[in-house]
Design a protein around this ligand. Structure first.
Ligand code: PEP
Ligand code: MN
Length: 338
């Protein structure tokens, strides 16, 4: 349920509505816009549906949110969410590129990659320190050592860090080193993990689950938002279909659809979405054309020696060419990539 307050509603009138929501066991979420204040009542709406709202002078309108996800829906907030990290605005006109190796392997390769992607205009450095691998016998990431290397790379090249959180017990540790925490596709419905990152004040990149619907992705985001953290970036990274020629089927129709349903920024990861480096550039351009706010790209200077996902990693020179093309497509769709 959304309470749209009158333009001239007083602080006391707003407070009274918040108290009313709390009294009935629902959670109030305040959104103070330039024009007016909106208060969301999140929980079982049926409890308050029949209350005499007319007796509250500050309320202009009461609107039920029909979608199962509330806080992340456009019904709750019509304006796009813009998240700021180190002065970089995510979800605004400028398109952002997150780039780096699949996993942090060692200092040399990480620094070589970071230097190259920074020079070509990437705004964030990615790299897994804790890797969610299908086989327990493959490289699992460097763990804390990997986080420290990412942090060193940030200090050296000035690129904020994106890395994956797999275990709620590592939340504080990752928060020390990373600027954005990633929830991977395999953990999209790990609800304890979602509730945990809902309690922190760090932006979250939430990747779409391997077999998840758009509705399930938005419900997963709602878990995070329901705990207070509204800094969520959704990421389309391909889904399982009957097609096996590509690693996943990159569902680009999800981008404009999610942008219609939600106010959250949407990124696309064509590396995991296709599994083939030579498909990454065309799908990146298509992603920008479809309205994505950013891209997440795997880049590795020596893909044939990479410890994970070499086959979908771009070499720095290909990344550089792609960045030039992204700028041109961005302009056509009224965006920029600076
Ligand atoms: C990743 O980006 O490092 C990753 C493992 O991706 P996903 O969770 O989408 O498979
Ligand atoms: Mn990878």
């Amino acid at each position: 349920m959304i309470f749209v307050m009158k333009k001239d509603a007083t602080d006391k009138e707003i407070e009274d509505v918040i108290e009313l929501i709390k009294k009935h066991g629902l959670k109030p979420h305040l959104s103070k816009g330039e024009e007016r204040t909106i208060i969301g009542a999140i929980g079982d709406e049926s409890i308050i549906r029949n209350l005499p709202f007319e007796s509250f002078p500050g309320i202009e309108n009461v609107v039920p949110i029909l979608k199962p996800y509330k806080l992340v829906s456009r019904d709750f907030q019509n304006t796009n969410t813009v998240i700021e990290v180190d002065g970089i605005k995510i979800g605004d006109k400028n398109i952002l590129v997150v780039a780096g190796p699949c996993a942090v392997e060692n200092r040399e390769i990480l620094f070589e990659t970071a230097k190259a992607v920074k020079e070509k205009g990437a705004k964030f450095l990615r790299g897994g320190a804790f890797k969610p691998r299908t086989s327990p016998y493959t490289f699992q990431g460097l763990g804390v050592e990997g986080l420290k290397l990412l942090y060193e790379a940030k200090m050296e090249f000035g690129l904020p860090i994106v890395t994956e959180l797999m275990d709620p017990r590592d939340t504080d540790l990752l928060c020390k080193y990373a600027d954005i925490l990633q929830i991977g596709a395999r953990n999209m419905q790990n609800f304890r993990l979602l509730l945990e990152v809902g309690k922190i004040d760090k932006p979250i990149i939430l990747k779409r689950g391997l077999s998840s619907t758009i509705n399930e992705l938005l419900m997963a985001a709602e878990y995070i938002a329901s705990e207070g953290n509204k800094k969520i970036i959704l990421c389309e990274r391909g889904i399982r279909t009957f097609e096996t020629a590509t690693r996943n089927t990159l569902d680009l129709s999800a981008v404009p659809l999610i942008k219609k349903l939600s106010h959250l920024p949407v990124f696309v990861d064509p590396s995991h979405g296709t599994g083939h480096w030579d498909l990454v550039a065309p799908m990146s351009l298509a992603a920008i054309a479809s309205g994505a706010d950013g891209l997440m790209l795997e880049v590795h200077p020596y893909p044939d020696r990479a410890l994970s996902d070499g086959s979908q990693s771009l070499k720095p020179n290909k990344f550089s060419q792609l960045m030039e093309q992204i700028k041109r497509i961005a302009e056509i769709v009224g965006r920029s990539c600076e």
